[in-house]
Write a protein of this length. Structure first.
Length: 451
């Protein structure tokens, strides 16, 4: 879709010049009502008036037309899928296509944010080009942040920029950027709206708002608990309370069935926290659950959560574009042994070195060494067959990365340890937020695509 914003340009330039609609109308020999209709987009000036309008404001005709090529959401999705396929065939051609898109649609903010997310993702696939790709990520995010008039896109752009800054070691700057976005306290708008809808007898509208609160609330609770587990390893009472709370959520939301990756993430974090707390029995129980999830789930089970009755009225939150996610997985994961990466993300913690020779622990990771193709790699034909049976994980980082596809664990410098306990040094990349780890749910606001 292409938009010509003559009326908006006239309104902006007139306001900047301090000129009234009546004064502009008198200069052009038209009525004030005509100028008003132009600015409201209800009509367009006569072609013969365009040069006079541009001259009056001292701008070019191109500037007057404010011609900004745009893509619809579906078109942005198609572009993303096109680029995923192209990266699998010819990365150089894919980058050239991205440059072309940025040139041709330089004011399509949702597309630019998606391109920023894709550059960021590729920085993990091609570490040798990481700085160049992160520069492009920041440049696009800054452009969206400075020019977009969509509040959610602006917030998403800031999140993307903060992630890149933190990835480069600028923790103080990233914290300051995100702190500036954080409200002083929750406003409770959803709850108020739900109550008002209920009072008006609008049952389904009320339930949709309640399900939205439930969806984000569950994710927020598990994210918060996951962050705290390791920090309370030296406080057994607090750690036990956190584990008890998480188990309540896990059972109540049937997380192991609905979102195995979210469950595996929790179990892995809990195992490490228990080990650091000196509770080897607890660590072993959670490690067994973690490995058991990897053992009985294929990669699609991990990446694509099942539908839950709790969120049947908000499919836009609880479901994702299967084709898009599979394309993302193929492009970003490539031939990675993803189950091995999941194991190393947990057992790569230094705490596991202390039990590396304990047969009770050592035998666990070996249980989940096989997947669809025998190596835990993503089998596209299998995934496409299962797409009709399994609902994809809820949205993004969706995208950058709607979307944005899931990020992948990456090795630290020189990290090539064996898969045994304590031998690996792989861990999630800096942009692997807890929201991403927990069931690969990415912040839609973070555009991250719908990015």
């Amino acid at each position: 879709m292409h938009e010509v914003n003559i009326g908006a340009t006239i309104a902006r330039e007139r306001s900047a010049a301090g000129v009234t609609q009546g004064a502009l109308a008198a200069h052009l020999g038209v009525t004030k009502a005509a100028v008003s209709k132009w600015e409201l987009g209800q009509s367009l000036p006569d072609v013969a008036l365009l040069p006079r309008i541009a001259a009056y404001f001292g701008i070019t005709l191109d500037e007057l037309f404010a011609f900004r090529p745009q893509l619809t959401e579906d078109e942005v999705r198609d572009v993303y899928l096109e680029l995923c396929r192209l990266f699998a065939e010819d990365a150089g051609a894919a980058y050239a296509r991205m440059d072309e898109l940025v040139r041709d649609y330089g004011s399509c903010w949702s597309l630019l944010l998606q391109m920023a997310a894709l550059y960021s993702q590729r920085s993990f696939v091609e570490p040798g080009r990481a700085e160049e790709l992160l520069d492009k990520t920041c440049s696009l995010a800054e452009r969206v942040e400075a020019c977009a008039d969509d509040v959610e896109l602006v917030r998403s752009a800031r999140v993307v920029r903060a992630l890149v800054i933190s990835q480069r070691g600028g923790m103080d700057e990233a914290i300051a950027l995100l702190e500036g976005m954080k409200p002083a306290r929750p406003l409770g708008i959803e709850g108020m709206l739900a109550g008002l809808r209920s009072m008006r007898g609008e049952r389904e509208a009320c339930l949709k708002l309640c399900q939205e609160m439930l969806f984000w609330g569950e994710m927020s609770v598990m994210q918060s608990i996951g962050m705290q587990l390791g920090l309370y390893a030296d406080d057994p009472a607090h750690l036990a309370a956190l584990l008890r709370a998480a188990e309540g959520v896990m059972q109540g939301f049937d997380v192991e069935k609905a979102s195995p990756m979210e469950a595996a993430t929790f179990c892995g974090s809990a195992a490490t926290a228990c080990l650091k707390a000196g509770d080897e029995a607890g660590a072993l129980r959670y490690l067994e659950r973690f490995v058991g999830l990897l053992e009985r789930c294929d990669l699609d089970d991990l990446l694509f959560a099942r539908r839950s009755a709790l969120f049947d009225l908000v499919p836009e939150l609880a479901e994702t574009d299967v084709e898009r996610e599979q394309a993302s997985a193929g492009t970003l994961f490539g031939g990675l042994d993803m189950k091995e990466q999941c194991k190393l993300a947990v057992t790569g913690d230094a705490a596991w070195a202390a039990v590396a020779d304990d047969p009770r622990f050592r035998q666990q990771p070996a249980r989940a060494n096989h997947d669809d193709d025998g190596h835990g790699r993503h089998a596209h034909q299998h995934g496409q067959a299962r797409a009709r049976q399994v609902q994809p994980c809820p949205p993004r980082l969706r995208a950058p990365l709607k979307r944005h596809g899931p990020s992948r664990p990456r090795p630290d410098a020189g990290g090539k340890g064996p898969p045994e306990l304590g031998g690996g040094t792989l861990r999630p990349p800096p942009d692997h937020s807890a929201a991403t780890l927990h069931g690969n749910r990415r912040e839609h606001h973070a555009g991250l695509t719908r990015i």
